[in-house]
Design a protein around this ligand. Structure first.
Ligand code: GLN
Length: 574
């Protein structure tokens, strides 16, 4: 078995500096140099996983193939490195304590006092080493959640300090991501917060090998030298990582700063192949140089927290780039429909996406929005809860099933078109008990889904309790609905489409979790292509507004037909 190397990524000064993107970027660079990598996120909170946390607290819950509900950074890891991760790659303090307390109750500690050191730190180390070994990685990149100085993250930092002693300095590498703020009044970049953060790390016995310094603008060499001097690292180990327009630029920036070379040298890695980033660079160019915009409405429940829809927004970036456009997202709170007509809210958009969500709030607004999309020919993409809302809308307004509903919102409904599966009825525990992870789905010939995927059988990831109720298939089919994706394992409806609509597709799974920058998800790609066609019609109908909305190019028209061409695009948030 290989002796894995460990790269630890910690964060200082403030949160949200992009540690996850830094870890993912290094993962990509090492993978492209021919090394096998795995990535792991260690989160200091006491929840066993983020599955039970509100999206307002935690952002998106990223689901892996093996059905783990994980931190959204795993999404970045998978998107950047294209390595499929799983349950063991996301560890929380809750899981660590859960394991230890179970052992303690079993009597495994044989009378000993159970303590943070060594029992908690041993369990953290065990999980880090096992994950690296099981994935047969040359390098395991491990991100420690939180910020240095947090009480909660101390046991994790102590564990990585110990691990360096145990496996040897040549097998470990410490990256610290910090902030170098610009004090505008003094027109000066300030290094003190970074100095303090590194001081905090050194006090607990960790000397970082590299500092990735985040700032608004590039950090000049003399400032980097000063940071190096005060933080006890060589000058070339202070890497400037200024703000960028697209997160996909970060690997290129840290590579230019020498990050992968420093890691390879320090770990004594051998046998790397020459780095070729041409493909990645061309994707970044496509993202940064869109030729035009299309506007897609997102009508969801957590619209003022965009982290809640991280993977969907990234899927738009990928699909936009492939279609030569930038996706402008119009966020719609479904309460808007209480005061405005759907026509007013949606008339200037080119597509409607209703994403996943939980609970009753806002549902009636989403149903109104979907009705408008169905009746007016606006491309519609429903994801999970979006499929539930589409089913309710179709049941009520096309099948004339009065008061049709999901039993998630109304247990008394006379027409439970969306209902719990029998196994969910028996479930009382909330954590980790939904239908989770990857399931197969067979696609019907001649369907939009089959055309988009170009495949008969696909696999997609799930996270939900409620399902389309099979006993309503017939009235739906009579009303023009095609059930175009069925799970071969259990016959469940996974995709429904309307054949007499330009693009109306609702899916029970979460396609956004499998989109990659250079391999956009087929359904997102096809949806964006349909939105471009819709926009052409809208602009043609005299709705064109503003100088930033150039006419649809021939290229985009072609791409909507063939779904093949690569162009440019990125997502903004209107
Ligand atoms: N609340 C719905 C369910 O549990 C949908 C979940 C989702 O959209 N992820 O089935």
């Amino acid at each position: 078995m290989k002796q894995p190397n460990f790269v630890f990524v910690t964060g200082g000064v403030v949160s949200s500096l992009g540690k996850g993107i830094a870890a993912a970027s290094l993962g990509l660079l090492l993978k492209e140099r021919g090394y096998k990598v795995t990535l792991q996120k260690l989160d200091p909170y006491l929840n066993v996983d983020p599955g039970t946390m509100s999206p307002f607290q935690h952002g998106e819950v990223f689901v892996t193939d093996d059905g783990a509900e994980t931190d959204l950074d795993l999404g970045h890891y998978e998107r950047f490195t294209d390595v499929t991760l799983g349950r063991r790659n996301s560890v929380s303090a809750g899981q660590i304590y859960d394991t230890i307390i179970t052992r303690e109750r079993r009597g495994d500690y044989l009378g000993k006092t159970v303590q943070v050191i060594p029992h908690v730190t041993d369990e953290i180390k065990r999980r880090m080493v096992e994950t690296a070994e099981e994935s047969d990685a040359d390098v395991s990149i491990i991100e420690i959640g939180g910020t240095v100085g947090d009480i909660e993250s101390l046991p994790f930092l102590e564990a990585i300090r110990q691990l360096r002693l145990e496996v040897g300095a040549r097998k470990t590498f410490f990256i610290h991501v910090t902030l170098v703020p610009l004090v505008r009044a003094a027109k000066e970049l300030k290094t003190k917060p970074t100095q303090h953060s590194v001081k905090g790390l050194r006090e607990i016995g960790i000397q970082p090998d590299v500092l990735i310094c985040r700032s608004d603008t590039p950090i000049p060499q003399e400032v980097r030298n000063k940071i190096a001097l005060f933080c006890n690292v060589p000058n070339n180990a202070v890497i400037s990582a200024p703000d960028v327009r697209s997160i996909y630029e970060v690997p290129l920036i840290v590579h230019r700063g020498g990050l992968d070379a420093l890691v390879i040298e320090a770990l004594g890695l051998q046998g790397d192949k020459p780095l070729d980033l041409t493909r990645w660079e061309s994707t970044v160019r496509d993202i940064l140089e869109p030729k035009e915009k299309v506007c897609i409405a997102m009508c969801g429940k957590y619209t003022h927290l965009q982290d809640a829809y991280k993977s969907i927004l990234e899927s738009f970036v990928h699909a936009g780039a492939a279609n030569g456009v930038q996706i402008e997202v119009k966020w719609i709170e479904s309460t808007e429909f209480e005061t405005k007509s759907p026509q007013e809210v949606l008339e200037h958009v080119d597509g409607l996406l209703v994403p996943g969500g939980f609970g009753e709030r806002g549902i009636e607004g989403m149903i109104q929005a979907i009705r408008f999309a169905r009746e007016s020919g606006l491309p519609f993409f429903g994801i999970c809860l979006g499929l539930h809302c589409a089913s309710i809308e179709i049941a009520r307004n096309l099948c004339h099933l009065e008061h049709a509903d999901s039993t998630e919102f109304n247990v008394e409904t006379p027409h439970p078109v969306i209902d719990l599966m029998p196994d969910q009825l028996k479930t009382h525990l909330k954590g980790g008990t939904m239908r989770l992870g990857s399931y197969p789905c067979d696609l019907a010939a001649g369907s939009r889904a089959r055309e988009a995927y170009g495949d008969e059988r696909i696999r997609e990831r799930h996270r939900h309790r409620w399902e389309f109720n099979d006993s309503y298939r017939q009235p739906f089919e009579e009303a023009g609905v095609r059930f175009t994706g069925i799970c071969p394992d259990n016959g469940l409806v996974e995709i429904l489409e309307l054949s007499d609509h330009p693009w109306f597709v609702a899916v029970q799974f979460h396609p956004e979790l499998k989109s990659r920058p250079d391999r956009p998800h087929p359904l997102f790609r096809s949806f964006v292509a349909a939105a471009i066609v819709h926009r052409t019609g809208r602009v043609g109908a005299g709705e064109r507004q503003g100088h930033d909305s150039p006419a649809v190019s021939e290229k985009s028209k072609d791409s909507s037909a063939s779904d093949e061409e690569a162009g440019a695009g990125r997502t903004t948030h209107a």
